[in-house]
Design a protein around this ligand. Structure first.
Ligand code: CA
Length: 759
């Protein structure tokens, strides 16, 4: 009896470990991807994020100083803390950050004196587990929960052992409770999107008594006489432990209160007896998400790149909710600064992410996406404006009303967790009004745009970029109105969807800045950045007619002119004119470095352009360029991106392109076809269905689609619908090293353009 039970459990163990080994995708992820970045040159501007999928709090080793956006730089040689972070990019910097740091020997609390040297050879950086052994032999390890982290510090035998808590400047408090081996407190380091009262309340529980403890203040790390509590602009604490101790610290926080942080602690960390429990849970959570896409074939580096990018596509938007005593979601709203019931998500700039991040989420994570869409309207109700760049409240950064794109994309795809009338009311409001603080809240130059059909330069910055993006956003709003049968709203938004034509200059064959009297801005240079554009030039913005590529083709005099211009993006000089920026910004450097002419994959405006050949009878060029870009401009290492990663957008570009798809026009149900990376891919949908993509003879040198079938039937279209994917599908391609000049060239094969459907 005993024996057979033993055998059974062995079989069971083998089964479990076998499955686990086969699906241990989290080990393929390198969280150091993109960390070799500086102010001057971004290779991703990422940090080694330790987090649960869409976790409320992330964690990272910190090499840079507090309040410096470059939290972790690959070239750095010392770490000064293990930080809770909410950073989207160094350009936004962080908020609500605090850190812990082990110290041995002499007590050092200030962020400069406590920094310890390390080398990457002694570092493991995975989504669910980070470990570093410092040169002085202290080992630090951590694994995440959704709101907390389990840290383990192993100290050398012969030196005094301390853990320092750094509350950061910008307002902090610490309170030491020795009887419970506990330190509670808050940190703020907020930003203008929240009030002065905003705080991040933390609870830190150690597994053993303190030998000693105390508080400190200021960047210089001055020890304070009151050794149990401190509050001020910048305070911290420390706790001492036995020599050679192995110290476990459970750390968690709340945006609501210390009491809620305690509740979060009980929900996520209290019962965990060891780091391994949390590590295992977090690994499984990641494997569950990463396992939504299984790949076969391809090189080891292609797999590592794919899963590293896939990981980064599942960090933002950030869950901004917690669970109350009844396990119901509640949240501190960064929009009205009150506590509400329900789900809230934040930390996302739609100017970047409407393009690929959310269309990818619509396929892979529709439940979460639906919750997010509802929370956008909650944010509108609470603040009077739809979010555009939330961090965590309205930051106002960048331009456009791309919440329209998100809402329309969800609605068109049947994700209807929100009321269309309510969404239309919000969209109409934002299309007609200029918001406070920053051009992405409401609509800059709203009245003029309605009146003359474009935003005029030079009195409005980024005028032509705004015109193009408003025009697309209005198309998205129109889509919602149309599907919801709201005729008045449909007519209202339909008026402006062709406004892109008003900024097209036939004499230069570019989109161009236009004055309010109708004349063009003088001294046009298509390589000049800024001016009527933002973070790009006319070469990049020419293509921002997502909803009407056919209309753009018509404006340019037909397919041949259009594809010749697409070709010339890649063959033009890679030189740039710094334009109104007045200096070289990193996006310019990055465009020049990749040496693909004016193609600037390091920033968002042109990222869809390689897929536009699908609209003009030359789909093989889309196939070739999308493969070339994936191969040349991405890898799984510290130089893994060719510019800012940007809250999942540049990663999602890779993930969706590796599926052989791309979302040129979110707000329609179409994904255009590129060229899949792997010979076989299985996409497991939340509805239980599977999309299988088989690409026979696929390899880098065979990027061209010879023929395709969908569910066994010949398929000539250059796009596939969301509904065809969601029903479950088998897509089969025959790949080759030579283009098939006959496939995908008929008018009926072209993806959606509004001009093709509405005369
Ligand atoms: Ca960017």
């Amino acid at each position: 009896m005993r024996f057979s039970k033993f055998i059974l459990s062995l079989v069971f163990l083998g089964f479990v470990t076998g499955i686990f080994a086969a699906n241990n995708l989290v080990d393929l992820v390198n969280t150091l991807q993109g960390t070799n970045s500086t102010f001057e040159l971004s290779r991703g501007n990422t940090y080694p994020t330790l987090a649960m999928p869409w976790g409320m709090n992330f964690w990272t080793p910190q090499t840079g100083e507090n309040r410096n956006g470059w939290i972790y730089q690959y070239k750095a040689t010392t770490i000064r803390g293990f930080r809770q972070t909410h950073q989207c990019s160094p350009w936004t910097n962080d908020y609500a950050a605090f850190s812990l740091m082990p110290v041995s020997g002499k007590l050092q609390v200030s962020q400069n004196s406590r920094a310890l040297s390390f080398s990457h050879a002694n570092e493991i950086a995975k989504p669910h587990y980070y470990k570093v052994q410092f040169d002085n032999k202290i080992t630090a390890e951590m694994s995440p929960t959704e709101r907390g982290v389990f840290m383990r510090f192993t100290f050398p035998q012969n030196d005094d052992s301390y853990v320092v808590i750094d509350g950061n400047s910008g307002g902090s408090m610490v309170k030491i409770i020795p009887a419970e081996h506990k330190i509670v407190g808050y940190c703020k380091n907020g930003n203008p999107s929240v009030t002065k009262d905003f705080a991040n309340y933390f609870v830190i529980v150690f597994d053993q008594p303190f030998e000693n403890s105390g508080t400190w203040q200021n960047n210089s790390g001055d020890l304070l006489p009151n050794n149990l509590q401190a509050e001020g602009d910048y305070v911290g604490a420390y706790a001492g432990f036995k020599k050679g101790a192995v110290v476990n610290a459970k750390v968690i926080s709340s945006f609501i209160s210390i009491e809620q942080a305690e509740r979060n602690f009980n929900n996520e960390l209290a019962s965990a007896g060891s780091l391994e429990v949390i590590k295992n849970n977090a690994g499984q959570a990641w494997n569950k998400q990463l396992g939504k896409v299984e790949v076969e074939g391809g090189t080891a580096e292609e797999k590592a790149t794919f899963y590293s990018c896939f990981f980064r596509s599942m960090l933002f938007p950030r869950q901004f909710f917690e669970y109350d005593q009844n396990k119901k979601p509640i949240y501190y709203s960064p929009y009205d600064y009150k506590v509400h019931e329900g789900y809230m998500y934040t930390d996302d700039g739609f100017w970047d992410t409407f393009r690929a991040q959310f269309p990818l989420n619509a396929i892979l994570h529709p439940e979460m996406h639906g919750r997010y869409m509802k929370s956008l309207l909650d944010a509108y109700d609470q603040s009077g404006w739809l979010p555009s760049w939330s961090f965590p409240g309205h930051s106002g950064g960048m331009i456009g009303n791309h919440a329209f794109s998100l809402l329309a994309d969800a609605y068109v795809k049947g994700i209807r967790t929100f009321d269309a009338k309510h969404a239309l009311e919000a969209m109409r409001h934002d299309a007609m009004n200029k918001g406070p603080r920053g051009p992405s809240i409401g609509r800059d130059a709203a009245a003029e745009y309605q009146q003359i059909g474009y935003v005029s330069a030079p009195n409005h910055g980024e005028a032509t970029a705004k015109t193009l993006e408003y025009c697309y956003d209005d198309f998205c709003a129109m889509q919602v109105a149309k599907l919801a049968g709201e005729k008045t709203d449909e007519a209202f938004f339909a008026k402006t969807i062709f406004n892109y034509k008003n900024v097209y200059d036939a004499s230069t064959r570019f989109m161009r800045g236009r004055k309010s009297d109708g004349s063009w801005m003088p001294n046009f240079d298509p390589t000049a950045w800024g001016g009527a554009f933002i973070e790009g030039c006319a070469w990049h913005y020419h293509w921002s007619v997502f909803h009407d590529v056919q209309g753009l083709i018509n404006l340019m005099g037909g397919d041949k002119n259009f594809t010749a211009k697409l070709d010339s993006v890649f063959t033009a000089t890679n030189k740039f004119n710094v334009g109104t920026y007045g200096r070289e910004i990193h996006e310019m450097t990055e465009m020049s470095m990749i040496n693909m002419g004016q193609y600037a994959h390091g920033n968002q405006p042109i990222q869809h352009m390689p897929f536009l050949y699908d609209y003009a009878g030359e789909p093989w060029k889309t196939q070739q360029w999308s493969r070339t870009i994936m191969d040349k401009l991405y890898n799984s290492g510290p130089d893994g991106y060719c510019g800012d990663e940007d809250q999942g957008q540049t990663s999602s570009w890779y993930v969706i392109s590796a599926m052989g798809l791309y979302s040129v026009c979110p707000g329609t149900d179409q994904y255009v076809i590129g060229s899949p990376v792997f010979p076989k891919m299985k996409i497991h949908l939340e509805n239980g269905k599977t999309v299988t993509i088989i690409a026979q003879d696929n390899k880098l040198s065979n990027p061209y689609i010879q023929s395709a079938t969908l569910n066994g039937k010949p398929y000539t279209k250059n796009w596939i619908s969301y509904s065809d994917l969601m029903k479950g599908a088998v897509i089969q391609y025959k790949m080759s090293n030579k283009p098939n000049f006959k496939r995908g060239i008929l008018p009926g094969d072209r993806p959606f353009s509004v001009s093709s459907f509405e005369k």
